[in-house]
Design a protein around this ligand. Structure first.
Ligand code: ZN
Ligand code: ZN
Length: 175
């Protein structure tokens, strides 16, 4: 009997621990659609495309003006024009707060251009400068294969800290 109580107690305790550690939410705070939103990361709702983060104990949808602590707003290469035709938003200004700055960081990646030479896929190395102020280091980065912010979507992508920079980058460079 004591053994049974101990086992049941153990199972309940494990259940409580899992619940405490499990940081995901099952519904979008914007449209209430079911989803999996993580405490650690920015996530996009599949149903309404809202970006969702957890801040100060509450889930919220974020938009213009929002800056994430790490670069996570993704621009998938397959959605973009070929890199040689890209235009950078806010030249000479921080890619997060738009303040004039001379500091920049280089993001390099190898990307495919399809159909440049007949039907062949060619791989080229590209490097882009992203300006940043002393506060907003690493405003952009390259992620291979997938983005943690968009579960289920595969593909190389550039990721940005600033929602506004990300939107402007897509506006300028989307196919
Ligand atoms: Zn939603
Ligand atoms: Zn800045």
């Amino acid at each position: 009997m004591i053994y049974v109580v101990a086992v049941v107690g153990g199972i309940i305790l494990i259940g409580l621990l899992v619940k405490a550690v499990d940081s995901s939410q099952r519904t979008c705070p914007s449209c209430q659609a079911p989803g999996s939103f993580s405490k650690l990361f920015l996530r996009q709702c599949k149903a309404c495309s809202a970006w969702v983060v957890r801040e100060g104990g509450a889930w919220k949808a974020v938009g213009p003006g929002y800056v994430h602590k790490i670069a996570q707003f993704p621009a998938f290469l397959e959605d973009l024009k070929p890199p040689p035709r890209w235009q950078m938003p806010w030249p000479g200004c921080c890619s997060v707060c738009k303040q004039t700055t001379a500091m920049s960081t280089t993001v390099s990646f190898t990307g495919a251009i399809v159909g440049v030479v007949g039907p062949y896929v060619t791989k080229e190395k590209y490097s882009f400068e992203f300006y940043h102020c002393p506060v907003h280091l690493e405003p952009a980065r390259f992620q291979q294969f997938s983005s943690i912010a968009v579960p289920g979507r595969e593909g190389d992508n550039l990721e940005f800290k600033s929602f506004d920079f990300w939107q402007e980058f897509l506006r300028l460079n989307r196919k």
